[in-house]
Design a protein around this ligand. Structure first.
Ligand SMILES: C[S@@+](CC[C@H](N)C(=O)[O-])C[C@H]1O[C@@H](n2cnc3c(N)ncnc32)[C@H](O)[C@@H]1O
Length: 243
């Protein structure tokens, strides 16, 4: 059986997300994030992961913090729910959500912030996340790539080779102004058959100045960590302590 699924925007293969990104070391990310948060807010207990996806950062951070997650994509939240049991998960948009409470740390990782399409949306997302910080709380955002780093036409191949799942994903990148476009073409094989999928994903390409300005406009003391988690750096903002 061979089935073709038409292109749509979003994450059409939530059940394959963890297999596709199995190269990521979420445990190492959690150790580094914990160190960065505790260096700025030693008594931090609560953490909200915005754009938590399938919840793998929450899974690895829950030994250190009381964690909660938020994401826009119902399919990914469903996978996170199966993984995390009782951990509170909400559906929401990072540009405009209000959970009615504040956290010692808020994270937004693996370049989810790239889903913002212009600097107005970037500002809105950073301000919304900053509003969820307690006094002295820490916001950590892993940025998407900067405009000069994104090269149109540089093809990329990712494969998954498990006993009952084979995936080949070819990415054909485009660049339109400050927007990167990833055209993903998937070939997915299981014992039940083979499917092809297509997915088009657009991300905003923001400069360091734009990230810094968004953090400063949100009232945060702002630092840039060059090393980061995956070579993309990290933006770290700390809210003012209570007087
Ligand atoms: C590359 S994934 C990262 C997921 C997770 N943070 C990780 O490290 O595996 C990007 C995530 O951003 C979420 N997302 C996209 N736009 C969003 C928005 N406006 N508000 C909240 N989440 C959003 C997607 O649903 C997806 O889970």
């Amino acid at each position: 059986m061979r089935r073709v699924v038409e292109a749509r925007i979003g994450y059409p293969l939530p059940h394959l997300y963890d297999a596709i990104y199995s190269y990521k070391d979420y445990g190492a990310d959690a150790a580094r994030l914990t160190a960065l948060i505790r260096a700025r807010n030693p008594s931090a207990r609560t953490l909200l992961d915005v754009a938590c996806g399938t919840g793998k950062h929450l899974e690895t951070l829950q030994g250190e913090f009381d964690v909660e997650g938020l994401d826009l994509d119902e399919g990914l939240l469903e996978v996170a729910g199966e993984r995390l049991g009782d951990v509170p998960l909400q559906r929401g948009d990072m540009r405009d959500f209000d959970l009615g409470r504040r956290f010692a740390a808020v994270t937004c990782l693996f370049s989810a912030i790239g889903h913002m399409s212009d600097s107005g949306e970037l500002d809105a997302a950073v301000a919304t996340m900053a509003r969820h910080l307690e006094p002295g709380g820490v916001l950590i955002v892993e940025p998407w790539l900067e405009p000069d780093v994104w090269i149109a036409g540089r093809l990329h191949l990712l494969t998954v080779d498990e006993p009952e799942l084979k995936v080949a994903r070819i990415t054909v990148p485009e660049k339109h102004g400050i927007t990167s476009v990833m055209n993903f073409h998937y070939l997915v094989a299981t014992p039940e058959g083979v499917e092809t999928h297509a997915e088009r994903m657009e991300h905003g390409l923001f400069t360091k100045d734009e990230y810094r300005a968004a953090f400063e406009r949100a009232g945060l003391t702002t630092e840039h960590d060059e090393e980061g988690l995956t070579g993309r750096g990290l933006w770290i903002g700390t809210a003012a302590s209570a007087a």
